[in-house]
Design a protein around this ligand. Structure first.
Ligand SMILES: C[S@@+](CC[C@H](N)C(=O)[O-])C[C@H]1O[C@@H](n2cnc3c(N)ncnc32)[C@H](O)[C@@H]1O
Length: 249
C-alpha cells in the first residue's frame, strides 16, 4: 500500500517538486491582494522592510513591493526565487525585492530589521516539528523591528478538519497526497506522489499543524502575543498576528 515510510523529508518533497511549483496560482486571482490588505489593515501599514519566509514564487513579496515595501523573500527552491526575480523585474519592483536561497532554519535573519515577517501559505509547519517551528518563530521574533509583527497563517483544524486525501493539478503534472494525522504531536504525515512530464516521484514529509492553543503557547515561548484575525479569506486557514507585548521593546 502507498504509505509514508517514516523516513520523512520535507526537503526531498520540495526539491523534487521544484519548478513544478512555480506555476501555482491561488484559485482566486484577488486572493493575494486581499490577504495583504487584511494584514496591513491590522498592522502599521506604512511601507518599510519585510521578510517573506518560505515565499515560493513570491506572490506576497510582489504584492508588498508593489505597495512600496522592500521585501526579502527566503525559500529553498531556487527556481521559485528565479521566477520571483523575473516577475519583480517585469513589474518594475526589482529594486525593492531581494531573494535568499536556503533553508529558513539555517538562514540568518538580521536583528530588529523587519516591520513585517510573513509566514503565509500554511508553510510554517514545514519546519517539520514543534521544536523546529518554535526555533523559527524565535528567530522571526528577534528579526522584528520595534512595533513589528509576524503574520502567521496556519491550517485551521478546528473549523476545517484536514482531509485524508488531497489532489492538486500542477503545470505539466499532478500531485496526490495521502495524509495521516498524529494528534499527540499535531503532525501530519504526508505520502506524496508527484507526477511530472518526465517522471513520477514518490516521497513523504511531515508538517506540524498547531491548533489555536499551540499557536498561543508557541507565540508566548517566542516572547510574542498572538491575535487571531476575525476575517481571513481561506476557508481552511486562520491568520494570527504575533507581536511583542506593549512595552516589551
Ligand atoms: C505552500 S508553499 C507557500 C509559498 C508562499 N508562501 C505562498 O503562500 O504562496 C511552501 C513553500 O515553502 C518552502 N519551504 C518549505 N520548507 C522550507 C524550508 N525549510 N526553508 C525554506 N523554504 C521552505 C517551499 O520551497 C515552498 O516554496
Amino acid at each position: 500500500m502507498d504509505a509514508c515510510t517514516g523516513d520523512c523529508a520535507t526537503a526531498v518533497y520540495f526539491d523534487r517538486l521544484g519548478a513544478a511549483y512555480d506555476g501555482y496560482r491561488p484559485p482566486d486571482p484577488q486572493l493575494t491582494a486581499t490577504e495583504i490588505d487584511l494584514v496591513l489593515a491590522a498592522t502599521d501599514h506604512r511601507p518599510g522592510h519585510a521578510a517573506d519566509l518560505m515565499c515560493g514564487p513570491g506572490r506576497h513579496t510582489l504584492e508588498l513591493a508593489a505597495r512600496g515595501w522592500t521585501v526579502t523573500g527566503v525559500d529553498r527552491i531556487e527556481p521559485s526565487l528565479a521566477t520571483l526575480r523575473d516577475r519583480a523585474r517585469a513589474a518594475g519592483v526589482d529594486g525593492r525585492v531581494h531573494t535568499v536561497h536556503g533553508d529558513v532554519a539555517a538562514t540568518e535573519l538580521p536583528a530588529a530589521a523587519y516591520r513585517l515577517v510573513l509566514l503565509l501559505g500554511n508553510s510554517f509547519g514545514f519546519a517539520a516539528d514543534r521544536p523546529a517551528s518554535l526555533a523559527l518563530l524565535r528567530r522571526a521574533a528577534a528579526s522584528l523591528a520595534p512595533g513589528g509583527a509576524v503574520a502567521l497563517e496556519v491550517f485551521d483544524r478546528d473549523r476545517a478538519p484536514r482531509p485524508a486525501r488531497k489532489e492538486h493539478r500542477l503545470p505539466g503534472g499532478g500531485l496526490t497526497k495521502t495524509i495521516s494525522w498524529d494528534a499527540a504531536t499535531e503532525t501530519e504525515h504526508v505520502y506524496a506522489v508527484i507526477t511530472l512530464a518526465e517522471a513520477e516521484v514518490r516521497t513523504c514529509y511531515r508538517q506540524f499543524l498547531p491548533g489555536a492553543a499551540s499557536v498561543a503557547d508557541l507565540a508566548r515561548a517566542a516572547g510574542l502575543t498572538a491575535l487571531r484575525l476575525p476575517i481571513w479569506p481561506s476557508a481552511d486557514a486562520a491568520l494570527y498576528l504575533l507581536r511583542a507585548p506593549a512595552g516589551a521593546r
